[in-house]
Structure formats: structure tokens, C-alpha cells
Design a protein around this ligand. Structure first.
Ligand SMILES: Cc1cc2nc3c(=O)[nH]c(=O)nc-3n(C[C@H](O)[C@H](O)[C@H](O)COP(=O)(O)O)c2cc1C
Length: 175
């Protein structure tokens, strides 16, 4: 099994490294992966609904040699929200070639955001989204809109300390 991650500000990387440590394998940044010829656990940060680096990693994966291809989407939105999970699963499926779609096991975790560390384009995008979402009354906001409004301008970290153990128990029940 290989652990791969696509992360810009370190939240997906932190989950990947914790999971890799627990399972005794190496966590590799997606840009360093040449070929994947085994089962994989891909930790990818969510940017505008897309899972960072996933399509490119999937193209370099030999589906026939993978027992499973797990994707852990790490976003800011409440990871238990059903609409969010549906959208992310569709996004993951769209990034995978058909043979790999059959091997997909999908997971959702919450990352975080630190406005002090955002790039200028990212800060601008968040500002535009915040301005749009703020107009919706709180009780009518989607989970994504609520997350954007509640964390706007802050340093928020939703790291889940129990995630690595839960993932390992689900993916590698024999270990
Ligand atoms: C420009 C931008 C777009 C984002 N889009 C989404 C999104 O569509 N859904 C979501 O849940 N989180 C979104 N996020 C939040 C990131 O997924 C979150 O900050 C994540 O923890 C980043 O992971 P990383 O630190 O590994 O890059 C966005 C963040 C930025 C800056």
C-alpha cells in the first residue's frame, strides 16, 4: 500500500503523514509519484469542489494491481454533511478512469484554513465567496456556506485526532 497526498497548506499532508506513520508506510506528495502499482490511500485537499492532484495520480495508477483505491477528501466543510459527501464522491469518480472507479473507497475529513497563510488569489476567491454567502440568512446556508462564513478571516483547524486510527481500522482490518 502507498499513501499519497495533494496538499497546498498542509492539512491533507498532516492527515496523510499520521496515517502513514500508523500503518508503517511512507507518505508521498502527489507530484513525486511516478507509477502506482498497488493499493493506495490518497489524501487530497478540496479546492472549488476538486480534489487536488487526484486526476493526475489516478492516470499514473495501474488499476489491475490495486485491491483498493481510497480517496480521503480534506475540506473545510463539515465532513458529515450528506450533500458535501455526494458532491465530493462525484468529483472523485470524475477524476478516476473506469477501472479505478470500481476500486474507490471514499472518506471525508475536515481540514482547516489560516487566512494569514493564503496566497493572494486564494484570499481573493474566499473574499468573493464570503461576500456572496453572507447574504444568505444563517438558517438557509448550506454546510459549505456556513463553513466559509464561520471561518472567514480566521485561523481555524478542525484536525481530527482519531481519523488515522479509524481509517486504518476500515481499510486494513487485519492490522
Ligand atoms: C480557494 C479555496 C477554495 C476552497 N474550496 C473548497 C471547497 O470547495 N470545499 C471545501 O470543503 N473546502 C474548500 N476549501 C478549503 C480547503 O479545502 C481547506 O482549507 C483544506 O484544509 C486545505 O487543505 P491543505 O491545507 O492540505 O491544502 C477551499 C480553500 C480555498 C483557499
Amino acid at each position: 500500500m502507498i499513501v499519497v497526498y495533494g496538499s497546498r497548506y498542509g492539512h491533507a499532508k498532516r492527515y496523510a503523514e499520521e496515517f502513514a506513520k500508523l500503518t508503517g508506510v511512507r507518505a508521498v506528495p502527489c507530484k513525486e509519484v511516478k507509477r502506482i502499482e498497488e493499493s493506495a490511500v490518497y489524501f487530497g485537499a478540496v479546492y472549488a469542489g476538486n480534489i487536488k492532484g487526484l486526476a493526475s495520480a489516478a492516470r499514473r495508477t495501474d488499476a489491475a494491481k490495486a485491491e483498493f483505491f481510497a480517496v480521503v477528501a480534506v475540506g473545510l466543510t463539515d465532513s458529515a454533511d450528506a450533500a458535501t459527501q455526494n458532491a465530493l464522491q462525484r468529483s472523485a469518480l470524475a477524476a478516476l478512469p473506469a477501472p479505478l472507479q470500481k476500486k474507490l473507497k471514499m472518506f471525508y475529513l475536515r481540514g482547516g484554513i489560516d487566512y494569514a497563510k493564503l496566497s493572494a488569489p486564494h484570499r481573493l476567491l474566499m473574499k468573493l465567496m464570503y461576500a456572496a454567502e453572507k447574504k444568505t440568512p444563517p438558517e438557509k446556508r448550506s454546510a459549505q456556506a456556513a463553513a466559509i462564513v464561520e471561518t472567514y478571516g480566521t485561523c481555524s483547524d478542525f484536525y481530527d485526532e482519531t481519523a488515522a486510527k479509524r481509517l486504518a481500522a476500515e481499510l486494513l482490518p487485519q492490522s
